[in-house]
Design a protein around this ligand. Structure first.
Ligand SMILES: Nc1ncnc2c1ncn2[C@@H]1O[C@H](COP(=O)(O)OP(=O)(O)O)[C@@H](O)[C@H]1O
Ligand SMILES: [Mg+2]
Length: 235
């Protein structure tokens, strides 16, 4: 089995993986899509890790899209290390995979947040923290949240993260503020589950803006759909 580090050696020093006991290998997500990672649990020494691996994709997709996805996810995790609610990054798994801390817990649903408003607040603080660091998560689905046994909320799956840490990247700043709105709108929808929640004026504005953005993205999707249908007809 190929375990090592090749791609990010200069920017990130990985931990040494000891030999892997394959009996501990438990698949969490076996993906046939080339753009989605295979995700599995692995015991590496004394560490309980989750490995996200794209090596099943074909050479071209691996070298382009998967490389980009891993690079983006690793640099986001590196930047956010040490923040409560972000899994620890452990190291690399071959050329197209990496290992992180396993969060033992469950994916919450909306009803869970309505019974546990403090955990919805944790989500709000965590996302605020990301935004302060110039990062947007962009994929705040319930499947990308895990509540552990101590009642701490973790956000996982940083493959869609946008990082705008450059001071003078004005285009990036505009994009980042748009993406922040969609992140914030998702947090507000979670906060709204709490029976005592009252929507403030600024939160109302965020929801309105997010709705407008949603209309734009729907329009864009339908234009693209029509184009591909036309292309199929021509073929
Ligand atoms: N650090 C982790 N701890 C525990 N489970 C995880 C962890 N990372 C991912 N998972 C599980 O694997 C699933 C897929 O991982 P994810 O990073 O969301 O991949 P994808 O990009 O394909 O959505 C998650 O929904 C979750 O159930
Ligand atoms: Mg996910």
């Amino acid at each position: 089995m190929n375990i090592g580090n090749t791609m990010f050696t200069r920017t990130f020093k990985p931990v040494d993986f000891v030999d892997i006991d394959c009996r501990c290998h438990k698949s969490l997500q076996n993906s046939f899509s080339p753009f989605k990672a295979n995700v599995f649990r692995m015991q590496c020494g004394d560490k309980n890790t989750v490995v996200k691996d794209y090596s099943h994709a074909n050479f071209f997709i691996r070298a382009t899209i998967c490389r980009l996805l891993i690079k983006r996810e690793i640099s986001a995790l590196r930047k956010l290390q040490g923040i409560q609610g972000v899994p620890k990054l452990y190291g690399f798994y071959g050329k197209y995979g990496f290992a992180m801390q396993t969060i033992e817990g469950f994916h919450p649903d909306m009803a869970f947040f309505s019974d546990n408003p403090p955990i919805a607040k944790q989500l709000e603080r965590l996302v605020e923290h990301f935004h302060k660091q110039g990062m947007t998560h962009n994929d705040l689905r319930l499947n990308n949240m895990i509540v552990d046994k101590h009642g701490c909320l973790f956000i996982i799956d940083y493959a869609a993260t946008f990082n705008n840490s450059h001071k003078f990247n004005f285009l990036g700043k505009i994009l980042s503020s748009i993406l922040q709105i969609t992140d914030q709108a998702k947090v507000i929808r979670v906060l709204q589950q709490s029976p005592s929640f009252k929507l403030t004026k600024s939160q109302q504005n965020i929801l309105k803006k997010a709705k407008r953005l949603h209309i734009l993205t729907d329009l864009w999707k339908s234009i693209r759909k029509k184009k591909t249908q036309k292309a199929k007809l021509v073929m």
